[in-house]
Ligand binder design. Structure first.
Ligand SMILES: NC(=O)c1ccc[n+]([C@@H]2O[C@H](COP(=O)([O-])OP(=O)(O)OC[C@H]3O[C@@H](n4cnc5c(N)ncnc54)[C@H](O)[C@@H]3O)[C@@H](O)[C@H]2O)c1
Ligand SMILES: [Zn+2]
Length: 390
């Protein structure tokens, strides 16, 4: 017998959270962290566990003390559940499940509940791992992100996803879990090594190329200043990138990526595979720089993007100081097949359903492709391997 009634259940949830761009977040006079927490429905003081990426703490040796002083200055509203806890960040935190369980253990030891806060201060990998732990613990506790790298401030930290890697697949285990607040402090950018600044710039070029032609031109013009490390230029470009990401999530109609199209993943099918082939010796941002060059060249060879525009993109990547090629792209298996090509099927599986690759066509807008011409792509790889002509 079949059931005779179907009730259609509807649940609407609106996510509304601040994404702040500030400087010196932990100066006691800076109220952004307090305001992000103290406006909520639960009674003060609000208990918080603060987890800190050891890389950020190393670059800012007074960070733990500053956090403690901040909580002391705002003790009427905020309470540290325990002293800020340092954990190793970087891709290693995502590579095995152990760090995830260590974070969950820290949340439990600190007695974090669904009315208290898990605050993560760190790079994109750190935020991904802590974000996943916060989403799983008690089926989800309030999570505040304080991104400390350029890529995390302009891209990963302002999004709604988290994940760790598993079975040699990037971001295989994760959830969609919008944060309670994102607080970007430009002080963290001051101490970032140049490659970590450029990781964020790669994501900025990516989003500009498929969404915003004037923004792309401004990055193109600014490329020599970016290469020289001009902080004002870099801050401006990263902030615009963050706003474009936020706008995409809010207006694309698919914030939790149920469809197959994933415009913000332009260049990422090969980037994710390159990261895996190199055992993460190449950073995500640098891999993205290469991935967007490859797909732009491929788009040009297919006739979707003017060749001059593909060249402008590749030249902009190069002038900023980012790579446009990596030898591992041409690595083959014992049968002579390019390892990179497995990334196509892995990306399709990651999307679910149909393979959908976003390419710029022309710069500032985009189209989607559903198949890849392998000989043409291989030709593009060889073209990129020859380097950027002066
Ligand atoms: N969730 C998402 O939507 C999303 C989107 C894009 C990228 N990502 C993920 O983000 C990760 C990359 O993040 P990332 O580029 O921030 O690198 P990262 O998190 O790997 O950090 C790189 C290094 O910088 C250190 N560090 C952090 N802050 C620092 C600071 N202020 N000064 C000096 N060193 C500092 C870290 O300890 C680490 O050693 C990847 O795992 C990628 O998959 C996630
Ligand atoms: Zn990315």
């Amino acid at each position: 017998m079949f059931a005779m009634t179907t009730h259609r259940q509807q649940i609407s949830i609106t996510y509304d959270f601040p994404v702040v761009f500030t400087r010196n977040l932990f100066a006691p006079r800076n109220r952004h962290l307090r305001d992000a927490i103290a406006t909520t429905d639960t009674p003060a003081p609000h208990r918080c566990l603060v987890l800190v990426d050891r890389g950020a703490a190393r670059a800012h040796p007074r960070l733990s003390d500053q956090i403690r002083d901040y909580f002391t200055a705002h003790s009427d509203a905020l309470q540290l559940a325990r002293a800020p806890q340092l954990l190793a960040g970087g891709e290693a935190i995502k590579q095995t499940p152990e760090p995830l369980f260590r974070i969950i253990h820290a949340l439990q030891t600190a007695r974090i509940c669904r009315h208290s806060y898990c605050i993560a201060v760190g790079g994109g990998a750190f935020l991904d791992a802590v974000g996943l732990a916060a989403a799983l613990f008690h089926r989800g506790v309030r999570h505040i992100r304080i991104p400390t790298t350029a890529l995390a401030q302009c891209d990963s930290g302002v999004g709604v996803k988290n994940a760790i890697n598993h079975a040699n697949a990037k971001n295989l285990l994760g959830t969609f879990a919008p944060p309670h607040a994102v607080l970007n402090d430009s002080l963290f950018l001051d101490t970032l090594p140049r490659p970590l600044i450029l990781d964020g710039i790669a994501e900025a070029i990516k989003v500009a190329a498929i969404k915003d032609a004037p923004y792309f031109r401004s990055i193109e013009r600014a490329a020599p200043r970016i290469a020289a490390g001009n902080p004002t230029t870099i801050r401006r470009i990263l902030q615009r990138c963050a706003l474009l990401h936020l706008d995409h999530i809010a207006t694309s109609g698919d914030p939790f990526e149920l469809g197959s199209a994933r415009p913000l993943d332009y260049g990422h099918w090969s980037a994710h595979k390159l990261e895996a082939i190199t055992n993460h010796r190449i950073s995500h941002g640098h891999a993205v720089a290469i991935g967007i060059c490859l797909d732009a060249l491929y788009a040009a060879r297919l006739g979707h993007l003017p060749g001059s525009e593909a060249n402008r993109l590749i030249r902009t990547v190069h002038t900023c100081g980012l790579p446009t090629f990596h030898p591992a792209l041409l690595q083959t298996n014992s049968r002579g097949r390019l390892l990179l090509l497995d990334g196509i099927e892995e990306f399709r599986a990651h999307l679910g359903g149909q393979l959908t690759l976003t390419i710029p066509a022309p710069l500032g807008s985009r189209i989607e492709l559903h198949e890849i011409d392998i000989p043409l792509l291989t030709h593009c790889l060889h073209t990129l391997s020859a380097g950027v002509s002066p």
